[in-house]
Design a protein around this ligand. Structure first.
Ligand code: URA
Length: 195
């Protein structure tokens, strides 16, 4: 059965998790410790999509639980949100060896699952964290500094959403001066949620 057919048959996130657990089509799985599926709530108006699990995420089997994740939680708190309000995932579900950026092929292999995940979470808004997620979801080649800060309508699986790209929290840890750009993007998310 193809990944798309298998993913499409999942009627809940737990069924999708079971399908992913039995899926051997992504080479990253062979070197990862754990499947890293999602953190947060099962249905949300706001879904966040990052790049790939790192070391801490691989150990705990949850996205954004390391240093970048702690900063992400602070960023969300600044606009009044917590894990209880959002759904957080990545464009690939297993840690790339040595924390390299996932290849476009690896993202493509995971894509049917991500699309089904998005259909089940049913968000209105998607916040893309960093260049790898932005390029994958927006089908763009520009760098993140050009892509960030502009709402775009995208169709993912059967769902139409508004997507906004912003800088990755790991980048902000290295470049704190860039936080002001992310603050603008976060305020745009807050305003869109209040629409
Ligand atoms: N960086 C990401 O892009 N995703 C994670 O889950 C952790 C760090």
């Amino acid at each position: 059965m193809s990944a798309r057919t298998a993913a499409g048959q999942a009627r809940s996130l737990e069924e999708l998790r079971a399908t992913l657990t039995g899926f051997d089509g992504c080479a990253l799985k062979a070197t990862a410790k754990n499947l890293c599926f999602y953190r947060g709530v099962a249905r949300s108006r706001l879904m966040l999509i990052g790049e790939a699990p790192g070391r801490d995420e691989d150990i705990q089997g949850k996205p954004f639980v390391g240093r970048a994740g702690q900063l992400l939680d602070k960023m969300l708190a600044a606009i009044g949100l917590s894990e209880a309000d959002v759904h957080i995932t990545n464009i690939v579900y297993w840690r790339p060896p040595g924390n390299r950026t996932p290849t476009p092929q690896e993202a493509q292999v995971c894509r049917p699952f991500l699309e089904r995940q998005l259909e089940l979470v049913a968000p209105d808004l998607v916040l893309l964290l960093g260049g790898a997620a932005a390029k994958e979801i927006l089908a763009a080649t520009d760098g993140i500094m050009r892509l960030r800060g502009k709402w775009r309508d995208v169709t993912l699986g059967a769902r139409k959403v508004r997507a906004l790209a912003t800088l990755h929290p790991a980048y902000l840890l290295r470049t704190p001066a860039a936080k002001r750009l992310v603050w603008r993007d976060l305020l745009a998310v807050k305003a869109a949620l209040e629409d």
